[in-house]
Write a protein that binds this ligand. Sequence first.
Ligand SMILES: [Zn+2]
Ligand SMILES: [Zn+2]
Length: 331
Amino acid sequence: MIGRRAAKGDQVGRRAKRAAFMGIGLLILGIVLAACYAPYIDSELAMWLDPHAIVDVAPAKIAKGRMVDDYFAVEDLGEGTFAIGEPRYYQQNYSYLIVGASRAILFDAGSGTRDISAVVAGLTTLPVMVIVSHLHFDHLGGIGPFADAAMIDLPDTRADVSGAYFRPSRYEYMGFVDGRDAPSIRVSEWLAPGVTIDLGGRSLRVLSTPGHTPTSVALFDPANRRLFIGDFIYPTTLYAFLPGASLSAYQATARMLLGMLPSDTVLWTAHCCRRNEGVSAPWLSMSDLRDLDAALTLVRAGEGRGGGFYPRRFPVNSEMTLATGFPWNNR
Ligand SMILES: [Zn+2]
Ligand SMILES: [Zn+2]
């Protein structure tokens, strides 16, 4: 009897040990998976941890330029170019309307919180084609009212076409962060990287600028030395930790731009705000791009000052911070 009880006790002990080992194994596996898929897990948790809303600011003039519909801020940048901001939206993002003699380009369609097409119609009567800087919801969400949309011609964007429609994937659009569904778009023109768009009397060069996302786009206006650059670089915190972000692509793009653009080019970016300028069209200079390149060199070598847990934050200069995932994410 005693022997049988001892044997039973041994069996229970072995089972408990096995369960403990399995528990520890599962815990380690869970930690490894969470670390590997941190950009996706962090994105999915964002809507629960950090709910967003329209910024609750008093009506009237809350940004530089002319307020339209008490929501959009329109700033005339000269040379037939207008910045259209959404200062009430928590992302405080800016789109750009670039007008030629025969047609116009809207670079980014805004978040879609309000109808940006009415603002555009008030600024030009020419045909307008929309090009988005990238597929995130705060730049593509407002595209619905526009019939003409162009898309950069890359394998990743072509892969989003089904039948007659283009629809970005969950982690390309990221609209779940705000509870927004991705739009389906008819692409009227596919733009090869490097191609020049003729607007009549002025032209824009389409550049593939991966880093923030793999399919990001910039437009270069050589006559006016302006680069419309989307979320690749802007004042405040650069998001290099979302799904699809890549520090090596970021740096390759920064160096490509530093090599090809005149040193007095002004970078018109997509999120506000510069220090000390209030809410206004956010611009940066080529020296900011050089500072980003230098910061990327340090961060990629594991020598960046700063850090933290997730995302890790590294100073770039007085206008910018670079936020990245763990060292093995977003390489
Ligand atoms: Zn973005
Ligand atoms: Zn954005």
